[in-house]
Design a protein around this ligand. Structure first.
Ligand SMILES: C[S@@+](CC[C@H](N)C(=O)[O-])C[C@H]1O[C@@H](n2cnc3c(N)ncnc32)[C@H](O)[C@@H]1O
Length: 299
């Protein structure tokens, strides 16, 4: 049943519930739940808090969403959506939920491209031809879809191929990329042995890399195991095989970037070098942990 409330009071009431239940990012999650429930943007939820709008609100229906979150279900599963790099994506149980830190991988690709091909104002780009992007272990398509959209905004002719071993992920990536379907090919395959007909200018990969011994909690409990564990003693077995196979799709100058665990940075960098990549460097995340390695193929 609906009642009239001051929005800030309402927000604080549910915030206390989430905090008391030990939810990891209660404020951000609550903003997303309100945005989903009220069918407005997260920005508009924040505006309502600041302006302390009056609102006619069905608190028993909303309480059901809060209870789901308190029971441990991630907001992305409750709302069946996630915002990644400013793009709204559908989420489905059985497919890895994209994480905010992976946005750095997208940023790095764009920064590298801009550094090579743009003028000082990032207005004119002198890349000629089609920019081919390969995203290995594409999951929901988050990385690839963001890159294609960003390159479209730069008016760069581009085409992306996404590969994943999980057919549910491929189906979801297709749904997420429906508006750019002419620019994307999504393939159900094992990235360690996959063979492509062409070569790519940019290769991205957020593979399964969690070591068997690592304890996971939070939304990882909802991710399929195949999206998480990298195999071998330290979780680098699948990532290393993917690096070895990626070489087959490289041109001289191909930029390759991979996400990994902070403890794997040295091992992954060594493997990049062994497989023929140069300018190998690590990228740290917001907590200053080495979470990404990139390199340029020397041909
Ligand atoms: C950590 S998730 C990353 C998903 C997505 N790229 C992202 O950043 O949100 C790893 C993905 O790799 C896929 N995967 C695991 N092993 C694979 C393999 N051998 N070949 C292709 N995909 C694989 C999983 O199904 C999962 O979608």
């Amino acid at each position: 049943m609906s009642h009239n409330y001051k929005f800030k009071n309402l927000f604080d009431r549910y915030l206390i519930q989430l905090k008391n239940a030990g939810v990891q990012s209660p404020r951000a999650d609550l903003q997303i739940l309100f945005s989903f429930f009220l069918k407005i943007s997260v920005g508009d939820v924040r505006k309502k808090i600041i302006l302390d709008d009056k609102i006619n609100f069905d608190d028993s229906s909303f309480q059901k969403l809060i209870n789901l979150r308190i029971s441990g279900i991630p907001v992305q599963i409750i709302t069946r959506s996630v915002n990644f790099f400013g793009y709204d994506l559908f989420i489905k149980e059985g497919v890895f939920i994209p994480r905010p830190e992976t946005e750095m991988l997208v940023e790095k690709c764009l920064a590298y491209f801009d550094f090579l091909y743009s003028d000082a104002m990032d207005i004119d780009y002198d890349f000629v031809g089609t920019l081919n992007i390969l995203d290995l272990c594409t999951g929901s398509g988050a990385i690839l879809i963001s890159l294609i959209n960003e390159f479209n905004q730069r008016l760069i002719d581009c085409f992306g191929v996404g590969v994943d071993i999980n057919p549910t992920a491929i189906a979801l990536a297709k749904k997420n990329s429906a508006n750019i379907k002419e620019q994307i090919d999504l393939i159900h395959a094992d990235a360690t042995i996959f063979q492509a007909e062409k070569k790519f200018n940019i290769i991205t990969c957020n593979p399964p890399y969690v070591p068997d011994y690592a304890k996971l909690n939070g939304s990882a409990e909802f991710d399929p195991k195949i999206a998480l564990y990298g195999g071998g003693e330290d979780g680098t077995e699948v990532p290393k095989k993917i690096i070895e196979n990626a070489v087959n799709f490289c041109l001289p100058g191909t930029f390759f970037v991979m996400e990994h665990f902070e403890t794997q940075a040295d091992e992954i960098a060594k493997h990049f070098l062994k497989c023929g990549f140069e300018e190998v460097s690590m990228i740290t995340d917001l907590n200053n942990q080495p979470r990404f390695t990139c390199g340029v193929y020397n041909g």
